[in-house]
Design a protein around this ligand. Structure first.
Ligand code: BGC
Length: 252
């Protein structure tokens, strides 16, 4: 069975794709990136997804991320994306536009799948949270390496509102917080997670997990759970989306 899948990661600033060998997690061609359209409606994004598929002359399966909750191919939330996404049948939309069978999952779930399959998560058992910190806060929950999809733990309440408004990287930049002040906020978020779920491990991903940034704030964080920083960052969404699509293909 052909296990090469085109992985596409839809982010706030760029939409990136590359074919992935889903057995090894390796990209089999150089990544191709197109800036996210200003008016990022489902139709505009679908056009870019189709452009990426054409760039690779792709005719096989596609795995794609979106920064929202996806239930059976249907987008349910739109905190950091265009409101038109709500109730979009995104798998159908992308499959029709590209002419390729397309599976879609949440961006944090995809990045978590990459980490748990090929990254540092692959050596961790028990309850593992993969938390992405960027524009928003995304979450992927694993128990003994099995994904429990669809968690939205960036929306836990902190200071009377969604935690991502207070402790994301966007909040740090917007409010011009020092690393120490931001880390104090993020620590509150981690405390809340630990109090509610008592995970064994927490892996931090997203833009904030770049080594150059980690060294500025990790000294201010303390958790009972093992705390780890993902290194797969740039490609995690692409790889995870491709792997999830490959397992969907096997099941069908
Ligand atoms: C969304 C999540 C997403 C996260 C990271 C949040 O605002 O609700 O679905 O995973 O941002 O992009």
């Amino acid at each position: 069975m052909n296990l090469d899948v085109l992985g596409i990661d839809i982010g706030g600033t760029g939409i990136k794709g590359a074919p992935v060998n889903t057995k090894t997690g390796e990209l089999i061609a150089e990544r191709f990136r197109i800036p996210t359209p200003q008016n990022a409606t489902p139709a505009a994004i679908a056009d870019v997804v189709a452009q990426i598929a054409r760039h690779f002359n792709w005719t096989g399966p596609i795995g794609c991320t979106v920064p929202a909750r996806v239930e059976h191919g249907l987008v349910r939330t739109a905190s950091n994306i265009h409101a038109d996404w709500i109730d979009t049948q995104v798998e159908e939309l992308f499959s029709n536009k590209t002419g390729c069978p397309t599976s879609v999952l949440n961006d944090a779930d995809a990045a978590g799948v990459a980490s748990i399959t090929f990254g540092l998560g692959s050596s961790l058992t028990g309850l593992v949270f993969f938390i992405t910190v960027g524009t928003g806060i995304g979450s992927a929950m694993f128990f003994n390496r099995v994904l429990i999809p669809g968690t939205e733990l960036g929306h836990l309440r902190l200071k009377g509102d969604a935690a991502e408004l207070y402790a994301s990287d966007r909040a740090r930049v917007k409010e011009d917080l020092s690393w120490k002040r931001w880390a104090r906020r993020f620590q509150k978020y981690l405390d809340r997670l630990e109090f509610l779920f008592a995970p064994d491990h927490i892996i931090i991903g997203g833009g904030i997990s770049r080594p150059s940034k980690v060294k500025s704030y990790s000294k201010y964080l303390a958790t009972r759970a093992g705390l780890h920083f993902s290194l797969l960052e740039n490609e995690a969404g692409i790889i995870g989306a491709a792997c999830a699509a490959a397992s969907n293909q096997k099941e069908s």
